[in-house]
Write a protein that binds this ligand. Structure first.
Ligand SMILES: [Zn+2]
Length: 346
């Protein structure tokens, strides 16, 4: 008997060994482990394959054919055994006890609204209850809508490259939600009564400032709208959000797009006006929650409204700041780290 037949017989024997060995395998892993002993990298059949160098050159082609055939048979045997195990498992499952529907289900973790989103919804609810309609606008704005039509002077610090994120000379990430007011007035004749929520961007990053934050603004324009109307609406709005007895006051301030302008303060939510030792209001008893003012006639002229006939007011708040006050959060960055242990508390 030549070497080629001797190796050929050994191949047949290995395939038979594999077949009988796999009959005892009880799992997929077991099948693969047993198969590896024969056809794996360090298996016996693989070792035999290396002996091809020992046969005369004219017989190598024939031996190669036999080796490939043995390998193909081995593969078929492994696949057949795996299929048989799967069929067996299915049969056992069908014959076994029925599904126990009384077992408790696997709970799915349900997310919750982010504290900023919760506050935004509350603020919008309060404004909608007062008759304001929600308006939207793009986060990428032109300097015309973000600054110039709102009456910003070219040398106003906010228009500077160091304070805002410019994409081009005349395009930037909006620095406030006020361009929504411009867009609304340009596309609708008065009366206007909108609430404009949205994400805004400024080059700021510390404990109380984030480069991305959220604002909500209100705008009301009609005939005969007065400062008293503004104070009345603002008081109703703030008390809907912070509670019916919340003290509200306005302080003089400056914005390019309103005249006169004011800051909106509410009685401190933490010390309720007791002041002494309160870190949140720094002992003043008041917390600043936003800005407001009567729409500047220049803005009306820029959007084609007659400033002699129409008047109105606008106000805005930082939603993140409200959320921080509301939930007693000391560092604005916590809101954007997406740490579930933090978010789960709200
Ligand atoms: Zn206080």
């Amino acid at each position: 008997m030549g070497l080629i037949d001797e190796i050929g017989e050994r191949l047949d024997a290995l395939v038979r060994d594999l077949e009988s060995s796999l009959q005892g395998a009880r799992s997929d892993d077991d099948v693969r482990a047993r198969a590896a002993r024969i056809v794996g990298k360090k298996g016996e059949l693989t070792a035999l394959e290396k002996r091809i160098r020992e046969v005369p050159p004219e017989d190598r082609r024939e031996l190669g054919r036999r080796i490939n055939e043995a390998k193909a048979r081995a593969d078929r045997i492994v696949e057949a055994r795996l299929a048989a195990l799967r069929a067996e498992a299915r049969r056992r499952e069908l014959e076994g006890p029925a599904l126990d529907v009384t077992l408790p289900g696997r709970p799915r973790r349900i997310g919750s609204l982010h504290p900023v989103r919760q506050c935004e919804e509350e603020l919008l609810d309060a404004l909608q209850a007062l008759g304001f309609e929600v308006a939207d606008g793009p986060e990428i704005e032109t300097t015309a809508f973000n600054f110039w039509k709102l009456g910003f002077a070219p040398d106003h610090p906010a228009t500077c490259m160091q304070d805002s994120f410019y994409l081009r000379d005349d395009v930037l990430l909006r620095t406030h939600t006020s361009p929504i007011q411009v867009r609304e007035m340009l596309s609708h004749p008065p009366p206007v009564r909108i609430a404009a929520p949205g994400t805004v961007y400024r080059r700021d990053d510390d404990v109380t400032h984030s480069p991305m934050f959220h604002q909500i603004e209100g705008l009301l324009v009609d005939e005969d709208v007065t400062f008293a109307d503004m104070k009345g609406i603002l008081t109703l709005f703030v008390r809907r959000v912070f509670g019916p007895d919340t003290p509200v006051r306005l302080r003089p301030s400056y914005f390019p797009f309103t005249e006169p302008s004011g800051e909106i303060d509410i009685g401190c939510l933490i010390c309720s006006g007791r002041k002494v030792g309160c870190r949140v209001c720094k002992g003043t008893g008041w917390l600043e929650v936003g800005g407001c003012g009567m729409v500047h006639p220049v803005v009306f002229e820029n959007v084609g409204y007659d400033p002699e006939r129409f008047s109105g007011f606008a106000f805005g708040m930082g939603v993140d700041r409200i959320a921080m006050l509301r939930f007693g959060i000391g560092d604005i960055r916590l809101l954007y780290e997406n740490d579930v242990r933090f978010l789960r508390q709200f």
